[in-house]
Design a protein. Sequence first.
Length: 490
Amino acid sequence: MTAKPRFATPRSPERETLGPQVAAVADTLGQSLLPWQRQVADVALELLPETKIPAYREVDVLVPRQSGKTTLMLCVEVHRSLRWPGGPQRTIYSAQSGQDSRRKLLDDQVPLLRSSPLWVAVDKVARAGGREAILWRSGSRIDVLASNLAAGHGRVVDMGVLDEAFDDVDDRREAAVTPAMATRPGAQLWVISTAGSDASAYLRRKVEAGRAAAEAGETEGVAYFEWSAPDEADIDDPAVWRSCMPALGLTIDEAAVRHARATMLEGEFRRAFLNQWTTAEEAVLPAAVWNAVVHDDVIVDLGAKPVLAIDADPGRGSGSIAIADSHGNLELVEYRNGGSTAWIPDRVAELARQHRAPVVLDGTGPTQALVADLEAAHVRRISSYGRSEMATACGMFYVAVADERVAVAPHKALDDAVAGARKRHVGDQWVWARRETGSDVSPLIAATLAFHKATNQPKASRVVNMNDYAYRDPYGPGGALGFPAPGRLS
């Protein structure tokens, strides 16, 4: 038995729907629609009998993570590109950022198309930075959209997809898309996401309006669908999981959900698996969890490949230097708040020479601007993490703290950073948020980088000095065998 939506726009059976065509596209892609996906497609693509245009200008969908929303959106986009009546169509896809949008298009959608019979309908995949797109032989196209107010200017759009809307604190993405659809009578805006927090102002408005429309039985304008557990539900009850997770038992195993419940923070589990709203003020690392890894006697082993890491918060003029060893011992070496970060390069150079340690920093953060100054101070071994590496480092540090596989020397600035830490989601991963918190997180980011780099260093290869292996005749004087070679007997 599959989960039923808590809120859903009803099907109007007297109307023609393009839902079966979307299901046929899914079958061709080898991604047959799940019951919840088919329900959304059938209702969302109902046509008004008089005009044969969609009855719903906007479609809002909220489902738990890993339910198959990416597959549904790809099928709807492909259908719009290949089978929509009325000539070539232009679809734009947008995630939290331009980079996330490009990754979804090129890394998730294009491979699915390439491995299916529909690949013959693709004319070209454009990969140039800022112009990523799928161009179809039909003349249609799917473009990515950057998340800024000017992104949609000058375009005419038939379908706009706003994915992961929980990350939006305002309506700038919709403001970029909606005017571009104004002259297209058959256009649709799709907003699809998992529940957010009290910081998700844009999505909250969509949810409140959508729930009201669904409860009122409205069948035109906005179609709304939500699979979620009520706030009062017992989150440890598998029956609750089955009631709100439409992919459970189909593409998600109950054992995987049970493991997630045992290892994830409660708020993250509620949002990801039960599609419940959480508060942005919920601590990512609760005090009890953090205090379990903080010990007065922690000393970084300077003989165990120590690594230095730096981070800065230019808004406050603060900076942090952390050090960790390969055993997982960690210390915030120095923290200065106020003034500027001009002191960091010389201090790092001093510590790097003293401890013979490499330096790591966030290449997407403010310390990237200090690289030239570090090099001028004769810091030679500098690693700069990209977004993916930062997400990996944050996830590994979070798990290490939860599993008590890191030992941390006490420091008030680091404790304060942990207490105020929040997550910023980047696709299916996350990094420590810099803006969505009132505290200075530079100590935590420096600690995260130092721990990850120090505990994930490659094993040193044994260097062979060939001068130590000068040739000696094994049969001659000093040879390994110590007696004459065959054929030398007289």
